[in-house]
Design a protein around this ligand. Structure first.
Ligand code: FAD
Length: 280
């Protein structure tokens, strides 16, 4: 299948921790505006640890002219807290959220909050705010690391969409077949919403290994070996990474992916070079 409409591009940022990081974020965001993203999103630390950071960063990005969507996780939160935050976003004119369960940070004990899963959060948002928000949810082509099986994980994904999600963004992956297989299985179960692949640019081997370990995304052996061989040669890692990820994006778009969601890690160059290579 070839792409008939231009792919919808979106960019993910995280709340900066200090002034210097804030400046880097703004620089990267300005650089990436060249891509004309449909929207940008801002991550949310589970347990509310960056709740203000998320809201502030959404404001910063909105002021740059972006349609900015906060991520919102339900773990560790009460219904009242979620209600209040949704009301605040609504009052600020925010129309899009990424709804997640989140993960409990270590040290939070067993206080998992009043809603258990992302599907409960999606249902809650719909009950509280009707159709005000466009809701994105997470999808896992290579299975969520805590799921008992791919089929059971898909069941939960279907429930989450049926609860009222408008679209899904996937965890990152480097094997396009995992994405197409997931989309096919979701479509066979009646899911019609767009499922946008999440794209992780490759810039740093040890960081990527750590992330992949945590979130259950497979870093294929051949990529791992090539990256390990480059050692501290950052330029070669970036060049190889840009080539591998560009090829992945091209395959995804050529075969019908509705868009690309880039995990920018608050850096402009890597995402921008992939976008330029794609020549959209
Ligand atoms: P869910 O959809 O609730 O699924 C979590 C697990 O529970 C899965 O294994 C699922 O199979 C299972 N499950 C679901 N429903 C049921 C049920 N009824 N019974 C039994 N099991 C069930 N984390 C953050 O903290 N902040 C962020 O900003 C953030 N942004 C993200 C953005 C994207 C695009 C993605 C892909 C992930 C993001 N995450 C973020 C990580 C996410 O919070 C974790 O992966 C988390 O472990 C699961 O969240 P979820 O919304 O997918 O949960």
């Amino acid at each position: 299948m070839t792409q008939t409409t231009p792919p919808a591009l979106s960019l993910e940022f995280f709340p900066p921790r200090d002034i210097a990081a804030q400046e880097r974020l703004v620089r990267a965001a300005k650089q990436l505006l060249a891509m004309q993203p449909k929207y940008v999103s801002v991550t949310f630390g589970a347990g509310g640890s960056t709740r203000e950071g998320t809201a502030d960063t959404v404001r910063t990005l909105s002021n740059l002219g972006c349609d900015a969507a906060p991520h919102l996780s339900c773990i560790g939160a009460t219904r009242d807290q979620l209600r209040e935050i949704l009301a605040r976003y609504r009052a600020e004119g925010i129309k899009r959220v990424v709804a997640l369960r989140g993960d409990l940070p270590s040290g939070m004990g067993g206080d998992a909050g009043e809603l258990r899963y992302a599907s409960d959060l999606v249902r809650f948002i719909r009950e509280e705010t009707g159709d005000w928000f466009h809701i994105e949810v997470a999808a896992y082509p290579e299975m969520h690391p805590q799921a008992v099986s791919p089929t059971v994980d898909l069941d939960h994904f279907v429930t989450k969409v049926q609860a009222g999600a408008n679209a899904a963004i996937t965890q990152y992956f480097f094997n396009a077949d995992a994405y197409f297989d997931f989309v096919d299985r979701a479509r066979a179960r009646g899911v019609t919403v767009p499922i946008v692949p999440g794209i992780m640019p490759i810039t740093n081997y040890s960081q990527l290994s750590r992330f992949s370990e945590m979130c259950g995304a497979e870093l294929p052996r051949w990529i791992r070996l090539r990256l390990a061989e480059f050692g501290d040669d950052k330029a070669s890692i970036r060049a190889f990474g840009a080539e591998v990820v560009t090829e992945l994006c091209q395959t995804l778009l050529d075969n019908g992916a509705p868009g690309l969601h880039f995990y920018t890690l608050n850096q402009g160059d890597a995402t921008l070079s992939i976008w330029k290579n794609l020549d959209l």
